[in-house]
Design a protein around this ligand. Structure first.
Ligand SMILES: [Fe+2]
Length: 320
């Protein structure tokens, strides 16, 4: 026979709100009183237990979630194994303390029952799914003067054409050059920390590095760095004027987001911004995923050569 409540519970008029769930006997702490809610796809079903229990800021019960496999569900309901072919999420009511006979059982809701259902059972928080980690690291302890001088010497060589729009871009530099060794080793150790933070496999190595020099009006068009774990840029000059050209990153869903959320932002934040930009800072390196589209704004300072070194980082053990 179907029983909407365990034998130890009943529904009575509550001093808190309308009807509530009350104990008919002493119930020990940590007793599982059965299911309050069941998640079926996008649908949340409440049992009588979940429907009548009232809120308290000092509750004597808590909800505990668990997964019910399709086999368990079908067995529980004497159904053939193929009846339901997906798993269920369910919430049970657990006593937090010993419950006296006649005591009302309570749960802590955030606002009210409906809000609690929304907050805790369906979307308890915003999940940062499509995040683009960008790390800025201070390497100002390195030999900046030596590295900048090395870059400027490269400027005398033939430029390649990649993302640069009229600026100078060298070919790949020799990573074993003495002046670059500390920069390369520091980049590897910082990348390893980043891999740990992001739970990505190590070891990493700097695969290649090149020099960029943007004169007045020069820029770098939107591009990305495929086949890399990370890419980045290092700024060796002693100072960078504000108008020398920011690096600008583009949201991975820039095009459709720009259409659907056009002028919908009240305040810009990491969720609703189409782009994020950083000004070059002396001695700083910026490391970001190679899949993140970026560009460099035009250097609008007539008296400044904007010098930087770009690099690609790969997992040194990744199979091709
Ligand atoms: Fe780049």
């Amino acid at each position: 026979m179907y029983k909407p409540l365990p034998d130890s519970l009943t529904i009575k008029t509550s001093k808190i709100n309308g009807l509530g769930v009350f104990s008919k006997e002493v119930i020990p702490q940590a007793t599982n009183l059965g299911m309050t809610h069941l998640e079926l796809g996008k649908l949340i079903l409440r049992t009588p237990l979940g429907g009548f229990i009232n809120h308290s800021d000092t509750p004597n019960c808590v909800k505990s979630s668990s997964l019910l496999t399709r086999q368990q569900w079908n067995n529980l309901n004497n159904l053939p194994d193929e009846k339901y072919n997906h798993d269920f999420k369910k919430w049970n009511l657990i006593t937090l303390k010993n419950i006296k006979e006649g005591e009302e059982l309570t749960l802590k809701y955030t606002l009210d029952k409906i809000q609690d259902l929304i907050n805790h059972l369906m979307t308890s928080k915003i999940i940062d799914f499509a995040v683009s980690p960008i790390k800025v690291i201070d390497f100002s302890h390195l030999n900046l003067i030596g590295i900048e001088k090395y870059c400027l010497m490269k400027n005398q060589k033939q430029s390649v054409t990649r993302s640069n729009q009229n600026g100078f871009q060298s070919g790949n530099v020799d990573l074993s050059e003495k002046v670059l060794r500390n920069l390369v080793s520091n980049l590897i150790s910082e990348t390893h920390k980043l891999c740990d933070e992001l739970q990505l496999k190590k070891p990493a190595k700097v695969n290649n590095m090149w020099v960029n020099i943007n004169n007045y009006g020069n820029s770098n068009a939107n591009h990305l760095h495929p086949n890399c774990l990370f890419s980045g840029v290092f700024y060796p000059s002693q100072s960078y004027p504000k108008d020398c050209g920011n690096i600008k990153f583009q949201h991975p869903s820039h095009d459709i987001m720009g259409y659907d959320w056009d002028r919908q932002q009240i305040n810009f934040n990491k969720y609703n911004s189409l782009t994020y930009q950083l000004s070059p800072r002396s001695g700083c390196a910026v490391i970001f995923p190679g899949w993140l589209v970026h560009r460099v704004e035009p250097n609008l300072n007539k008296n400044f050569l904007r010098v930087s070194m770009s690099f690609n980082i790969i997992n040194s053990t990744k199979e091709k």
